[in-house]
Every structure is written in structure tokens, then in C-alpha cells.
Design a protein around this ligand. Sequence first.
Ligand code: ATP
Ligand code: MG
Length: 432
Amino acid sequence: MAEQIKAELKAVKGMNDILPPDSARWEWFEDKVRALMQRYGYANLRTPIVEPTALFVRGLGEVTDIVEKEMYSFEDSMNGDKLTLRPENTAGVVRAVAEHSLLYDGGKRIYYMGPMFRHERPQRGRYRQFHQVGAEALGFGGPDVDAELILMCRSLWRDIGLTDVRLELNSLGQPDERRAHRAALIAYFEQHRDQLDAEAQRRLHSNPLRILDTKNPAMQALVEAAPRLMDFLGEASLAHFNAVRAVLDANGLEYRINPRLVRGMDYYNLTVFEWVTDRLGSQGTVCGGGRYDYLIEQVGGKPAPAVGWALGMERVLELLRELGGEAPARPPHAYAVVPDSGSLGTVMSTLETLRAAGVSVLMHAGGKDGQGSMKSQFKKADASGARYALVFGADELAQGMVALKPLREASASQRLLPIAEAAAWAAELLNA
Ligand code: ATP
Ligand code: MG
């Protein structure tokens, strides 16, 4: 029965507990991510969850959704420092890389995994504390790493059995090309001012690019016919874009060029991309990324090019569930049935030997009223999903033995095994 918890003691709205057994799915996914990063040579960087507010204002741009309305910012009550719970982690990674001069001997490939915080309206696939995995290649200016990072995503989708995500690709060019496009865009929207909604009117001069990202159906036709950045790209930008595309083509990775893909942060240039699905309603972007060659300098580091992506772990796991893909369960190898607590010393030293050999054993834990009936212990053994019960009965213990009882095969009968040789038969449990 659900306990009555006082409202003020409940989890904060939009911030979720991840409970067992669901947490096993998270661990399974995290293991896949670590293996992926290992294969591609990306090293783990762990930054604090709290950063100076100025890092995000400088890094993400003042007129972005995140900085304008989504950040959890507060003053340190001890010294008045202005702090923010990280809404994303590219800025933090860049800060750490600059602060510790990590690029002194060349480029670095970095990944991270952890909670992010944005004050948004909670709904499916959108939470106030959510989790991202991110990969960043810093100090590399060529199209090769852009393509590598995109291929990595595909590899991850394959590893976890995720189908039904599509790649969308665009190039945002360089700052001067964007300036020329921006001027053309403002002129175009000014001509059609009467068709702009309030949000777009407000952004017309501060961030006209974001108007292209509008979800307002009434503005779709207008946005569709707006001047395209692609037409303002110079030779070098086009060459970079085409080189990325050539690698994707050579790898049979399909994509759609989406000229309206602009991404929410100001810091992107050249390549931008998103992995999207139709199955998560309006929260269809599972992963997004791109190149950010000017961010390091922007937050005070020595200029260096960089590119990266971040995926939303909740959305990936929800999509997996939607598609019916389940993370494999990881039941213990064995469940220890302990009829008599008087034998705990021998029982637990045997289990320690087995665990040291890699066997996972769930021990029946009694309460202060004793161990409970054999029947109830076997019921729990069965429910645990374990392949075997290890029964530490008094008669067997007296002979230095424990009974191994298969729980999943109807025909198999139980055997007695010598406790003193537990390390030797542990391998059998492991490989069963
Ligand atoms: P959206 O357009 O959905 O708001 P975004 O452009 O703000 O996404 P990014 O900042 O690029 O998202 O973050 C990368 C990924 O993190 C997103 O593609 C998404 O999967 C995930 N994500 C972003 N915000 C949230 C959130 N509030 N809750 C859950 N996942 C999120
Ligand atoms: Mg957002």
C-alpha cells in the first residue's frame, strides 16, 4: 500500500525517482554507452552539476530558450555567487577543457553522462531533471570527426536494438555567412510582419533564426518560403558539409537534409544534426548535436574547434520501450535458502567465496522473528528469477555439504556439493 507522504516531502515536480526494476534498464543502457565510448576512444570527463550562471549566459547565448526561461539559478546564500544547475553539459566540458588546458597536446575526445536541469512544463519525454549522454571532440576542425560522431550514434542505436530513428542534417555555415542570411531573414520577415505571432515579433531582431524553429502551424508556410542559409554558404562551408555527407553516404547511413534545422543554442556553426522519431509525440528529438568552433574562445579559452552531440536518456529508453525492446533482465545466478540462522557463519562465508568468483547470489534474509518457512523461502527464490537455489539445510551442513537445486528445469534433480570446494564449482554456476 502506498504510504501517505506529506506533499512538501515528495519529489520535486518534473524530477523523477528511477526505481528498481526500471533502474536495471538504465544500468544496461549505461553499460552500452561505456562500451561504445571505449570502442571509439572517448574518455569520461566529470564536471560539477553546479556552474557559474555566467558560463551558460555567455556560452549558450542570452536569447535562447534555456537562458531566457529554463535555468534553475540561485544565489549562494553564503557568499552571493550566482550559480546555476547545469541545463546542458557542453559549456561545462568546454570550461573544464579550457581551465585545465586539456588541448595542450592536441585534440581530445570526451564523453559524459548525468543529470541536467531545465524548468520546463513536465510532460512525456520532457522533465525538469533529465539525463543526457554527450560526446564531444575538441580541438579537431575537420569534417572527419563530425562524421565519426554521427556514426557513433548509429552504432549505439544498433547496440541497443533501437530502430525507427532518422538522421536530419544541416549546415549553419560560418558567422559571416549567417550574418548575411540573418539580414535577409529580417528583411523577409519584416515584409510579412502581419503574419508573425507575438513570440516571432519579439525575436525578429534579437534571434530571427529561432523563428524558423517555430511550432506554430499558422506560420509554417511563411517559414517554408524564407531565405535559406544554404544559399548563403561559401565554398569552404559547402566543402565541409559535402565531406561529412560523403562519409555518411559511403557508410550507407541515410539522412534527410533539413534546412530548417537550427538547434536551440547559439554556439553552433557548420554541421548540425538531430536524430528524430515520430513515436514520442512532440518530444521527437532523441539526440542533437553539431559543431561549435567558437564556444571555447567565447568562454575564455584558447580558440579551438569542436563538435559534439547529446542524447536524452529518458527519451531513448522510452522509445525502446515503445518499440517493445526490453533490456535483458539480470537475475542472480543463485538464491540462498537458509532454514536456520544458527548456520549463518558458514552460509555467508560460502556465499562470499562464490561472489569472489563472480557468482551473483541473493541471500534469503530473515527478520527478527526467524528465517521464515522453507515454502516461503522457495517462493522468494522462484520470484528472484535465479537459476538455482542453494539450500543450506542442517543435515547437509553437518556433512559439509550444500544442496544445489535447479529452479528452471522441471526434470533436473538436486545435487549435493562440498562447501569446502565452493571456489571450484562456482564456475559451473557462472556458466550455466
Ligand atoms: P527540445 O527541442 O525537445 O526541447 P532541445 O533542443 O532543447 O530539445 P538539447 O538541448 O539539444 O535539446 O538536448 C539534447 C537532448 O536532450 C534532446 O534531444 C532531448 O532528447 C533531451 N532533452 C532536452 N530537454 C529535455 C527535457 N526537458 N527532458 C528530457 N529530455 C530532454
Ligand atoms: Mg528544449
